[in-house]
Design a protein around this ligand. Structure first.
Ligand code: GLU
Length: 471
């Protein structure tokens, strides 16, 4: 059997990381089994539909490096087929038209609530003669759920789950306006697309029992299910925006690398011994459904940040520079010059070893732009007091005498200056120098920064700080 998995997101406008993990696990399992993963866009809700929201799905998948087989399928484009199956079910006597008015349904809902019933619809049209149908009500089509007995699902993640059929309702498969419900469309599409394995969040576990009714009524094969536990926030509730970033787009904008997010999401719900750092290739080789965790995992933002720092260190400098350039643009660098890039590559190793995110690396290197609007951050301003500016004025004299402006040479000159002026306390001169030439208090080694900028630029920046900030 060729394994065929699917990822069927609804286009919400962003890719929630829970969804991204579902996509990843389906992709990994398909790759591991040398099968296929299909992408289906569940775009039947036309009121909320937009092309940008669909694009966000493709972008998220591409960013994480997840591919799909064949063209993405639009669920909406298949609505005729969904209707055809609903009619086939009517024909087989496995579904029926229900002509209840909204008032009647409301009354049933209230009654069920009062009596604590598991389902509210009282199946009043299940055996009723259609000749009794009111002329002014457009019917919905409901499935005939089994009334007695039990339904069992051997879930690959949750284990064997049994429910009493009396808990199942005669749910709607086709609405009165002729549109299919999720419950019908998903089953028809999975069947027609030849899906063998359905790996999805355990919020769909209950749906699986309902979907099985349709599958069996049509005489189709039931796919193998694996319902994965949800991702929780650090406080144990369902992960949501109030915990922080929740979408791939958020993490991308914060300067996370796809390989770090991939590795983190993989470990968040699946394990291979105690391995923490797992490459894409290893993940494909090792991925089995058996190793998916059975209990929900809490999202740990610090752990993700540490993984990101790890993967940033692993970047080759060329790619590092390309990725950081995007963030410079966001920091309003008007033009990225050759000199800026050259300087960046000289500092790249140190920037990588410091950075938890690409954004941080960009912020710590944006001073390399000669044309960027030159601003001092608040902390830098606090350091650049009148006393500090006076010291810098004197330091400028020593630096201007240097012929060799290498990191070592700048450092020795600063050390000598510190010895003569501030009891050898290098920080007393290093900190103002950093604040003056980078506008910040965080950067790679100030001597390396000065060397990369070059003597003329360092002297110019010291003058600029003195001019702008002396009271
Ligand atoms: N569109 C559904 C969702 O995003 C798909 C559920 C399923 O996998 O059946 O939750």
């Amino acid at each position: 059997m060729t394994v065929i998995t699917r990822f069927p997101p609804s286009p919400t406008g962003f890719m929630h990381i829970g969804n991204a993990r579902t996509a990843m696990f389906n992709w990994l399992f398909a790759k591991h089994e040398k099968g296929k993963m299909l992408l289906r866009i569940e775009d039947t809700d036309r009121t909320r539909h937009s092309e940008e929201a669909v694009q966000a799905i493709y972008d998220g998948m591409n960013w994480l490096g997840l591919s799909w087989d064949g063209d993405a399928v639009s669920q909406f484009s298949r609505s005729d087929r969904h209707t055809e199956v609903a009619e086939a079910l009517l024909e087989k006597g496995m579904a029926y038209k229900c002509y209840c008015t909204s008032e009647e349904l409301e009354a049933m809902r209230e009654k069920a609530q009062k009596e604590g019933l598991p389902t509210f619809y009282d199946r009043r049209w299940r055996d009723k003669d259609e000749n009794d149908a009111p002329a002014d009500v457009k019917p919905v089509i409901r499935i005939k759920a089994p009334l007695t007995g039990e339904t069992v699902i051997e879930d690959k993640v949750q284990g064997k789950i049994t429910i009493k059929n009396e808990q199942l309702d005669d749910f709607i498969i086709l609405r009165s306006d002729g549109t299919p419900t999720y419950m019908l469309a998903v089953v028809v599409d999975d069947n027609d697309m030849g899906v063998t394995h359905v790996l999805r969040g355990d919020d769909h576990m209950n749906n699986a029992f309902r979907q099985k009714i349709i599958i069996e009524a049509m005489g189709w094969d039931t796919p193998i299910y694996g319902h994965m536990p949800m991702i929780l926030g650090p406080d144990g509730s369902k992960l949501s925006k109030r915990h922080g970033a929740v979408s791939l787009e958020d993490f991308q904008a914060m300067g996370y690398l796809p390989e770090a997010v991939f590795n983190y999401l993989l470990r968040l719900g699946w394990s291979h011994g105690n391995d923490e750092i797992i490459s894409r290739e290893q993940a494909i080789e090792w991925f089995t459904i058996d190793n998916i965790g059975h209990s929900p995992s809490k999202f740990d933002y610090d752990k993700l940040e540490n993984l990101n720092a790890h993967y940033i260190k692993e970047l080759d400098n060329e790619r590092f520079s390309i990725l950081v350039q995007d963030f410079w643009t966001k920091l309003k660098v008007p033009q990225i010059s050759e000199d800026m890039l050259k300087g960046f590559l000289q500092l790249a190793d140190e920037l990588k070893s410091r950075a938890k995110t690409l954004k941080q690396a960009a912020e710590e290197s944006v001073f390399l732009s000669y044309s960027a609007e030159y601003n001092f951050e608040g902390d830098a301003l606090n350091i650049l007091t009148d006393d500090a500016l006076t010291l810098l004025k004197d330091l400028k004299r020593s630096l201007s005498g240097l012929d060799d402006f290498s990191t070592d040479s700048v450092q020795s000159a600063c050390k000598q200056f510190a010895k003569e002026n501030v009891d050898g306390k290098l920080g007393k001169i290093g900190m103002p120098l950093r604040a003056a030439i980078t506008g910040r208090t965080q950067s790679p080694s100030v001597f390396a920064c000065a060397s990369v900028l070059g003597k003329d630029e360092v002297l110019r920046r010291i003058d600029f700080a003195i001019d702008k900030l002396s009271s």
